[in-house]
Design a protein around this ligand. Structure first.
Ligand code: PLP
Length: 432
């Protein structure tokens, strides 16, 4: 275990030292559905939350627990809840505060799956998402009312890759008693949203945290830094009696355990009722990735800077999108928010448009053509014909996807090999 605040140490030591019964240093995979109670009194205390402990893997598991503690430490939060996917983490992060008739205000610049969840599925639950331009922090205030339960945004949303004004928006929200939930999937280690004022952080651990393209997963981290009782009527799911738990008021009930009302309620109610736990084996694989995350992020960022500079000089390339090349307010925000690099994600526009985009992708030999980001391997995709193909041309343009736009997630291979593959694929695209 460690109380270090250095990410390199936290990802190796937080939440675990060795197995008390075997001495195992690696976190064991507790591949079990359920846990033997010591006696009936023990079982009763666990169910009454008078004592915390393992009951059933849908709700908690010791392997998953270490991952939760480690990511919570990395983000500077008080506790975490791992889930079966990033999508489940996003859904839970909002459903933990909202009921039918409530609303959230969200940045427009979102992963497509999050957009669909907010615009369509939550709408069917009676929860409205109001979308605002992230470049204007005050837009969040203007779109809010008495039924606004949270604000939501991504730290480094692609394809625009303009860093979200976390500190500015969080401060406006705190003055109104509205928490900011940040999706930090694209910028782990580089950005600490909780330290900038966010109340909750979520990740798709599928991406950089897992890092090896093996397991779908998600996690929510409770910052423990938001007063859910301050605004009496704003957070009824947390500060009013919960009929599903003998009338427990979560903010009161968990006080002896620390400022963890938000995450405990997500576990004891949402995970209990909706399921979507992270499997112990996937937690184990994700922990292996997490152990080298800070090291990988360094190399991802160094390689991405080199790729951005290379593409910016290439005659077949019209524009390159990467924070390292931004100017003005976007660059100022990137520099104020990210520490140690500008991330692995990068976009570029080929002068010859969509046919060249396709030819480029098809000519790649080292980079994989997949709908993913954050793998140790370099990845590429042509959004106009894949991830964004269901949108109209106008919608594509509004989201920053033009016909010749290619997205890269720059991996940790040797930079010479990445540049060699890009060079030959750009040659092929130019001839197409
Ligand atoms: N958030 C972001 C920024 C993502 O890129 C993704 C997936 O691409 C998700 C959330 C959803 O995560 P998952 O695919 O693990 O459900």
């Amino acid at each position: 275990m460690t109380d270090s605040t250095n990410p390199e140490t936290q990802v190796l030591h937080a939440g675990w030292r060795a197995d008390p019964s075997t001495g195992s240093v690696a976190v064991p995979i507790h591949q079990t559905t359920s846990f033997q109670f010591q006696d009936t009194g023990h079982a009763e205390r666990l169910f009454a939350l008078a004592e915390l402990g393992n009951i059933y893997t849908r709700i908690m598991n010791p392997t998953v627990d270490v991952l939760e503690k480690r990511v919570a430490a990395l983000e500077g939060g008080v506790a975490g809840l791992a889930l079966g996917s990033g999508q489940a983490a996003t859904a839970f992060s909002v459903l933990n505060l909202c009921q039918a008739g409530d609303n959230i205000v969200s940045s427009t610049d979102l992963y497509g799956g999050t957009w669909n969840l907010f615009a369509n599925t939550l709408k069917q639950f009676g929860i409205e998402a109001r979308f605002v331009d992230p470049a204007d922090p005050d837009a969040f205030r203007r779109a809010s009312d008495a039924r606004t339960r949270a604000w939501y945004a991504e730290t480094l949303p692609n394809p625009k890759l303009q860093v979200f004004p976390i500190a500015e928006v969080a401060a406006i929200g705190r003055a109104m008693d509205i928490p900011l939930i940040m999706d930090n999937t694209a910028a782990p280690v580089l950005c600490k949203p909780l330290a900038l004022g966010a109340a909750v952080v979520m990740h798709s651990t599928t991406k950089f945290i897992g890092g090896h393209g093996t397991s779908i997963g998600g996690i929510i981290v409770d910052g423990g830094n938001f007063d859910w009782e301050a605004h009496g009527d704003r957070f009824p799911t947390l500060n009013k009696p919960d009929p599903s738990y003998h009338g427990a008021v979560w903010t009161q009930a968990v006080k002896p355990l620390g400022p963890i009302a938000y995450i405990i309620r997500a576990r004891t109610c949402l995970l209990r009722d909706l399921g979507a736990p992270l499997a112990p084996f996937n937690a184990f694989l994700t922990l292996q990735g997490l152990e080298t995350l800070p090291l990988r992020i360094e190399r991802h960022c160094a390689n991405a800077n080199r790729v951005a500079a290379f593409l910016a000089e290439h005659p077949a390339v019209a524009t390159v999108i990467h924070p390292s090349l931004q100017n003005g307010e976007a660059k100022r925000r990137a520099d104020a928010t990210l520490r140690g690099g500008y991330g692995a994600l990068l976009g570029f526009e080929l002068k010859a448009g969509a046919p060249a985009g396709r030819a480029f992708i098809e000519a790649l030999k080292l980079l994989y053509h997949v709908a993913n980001i954050g793998d140790a391997r370099s990845l590429a995709i042509h959004p106009a014909t894949t991830t964004h193909s269901q949108l109209t041309a106008e919608e594509q343009a509004a989201s920053g996807v033009t016909p010749g736009y290619v997205r890269l997630s720059v991996g940790i291979e040797h930079i010479d090999d990445i540049l060699a593959d890009l060079t030959q694929a750009l040659d092929a695209a130019t001839k197409a």
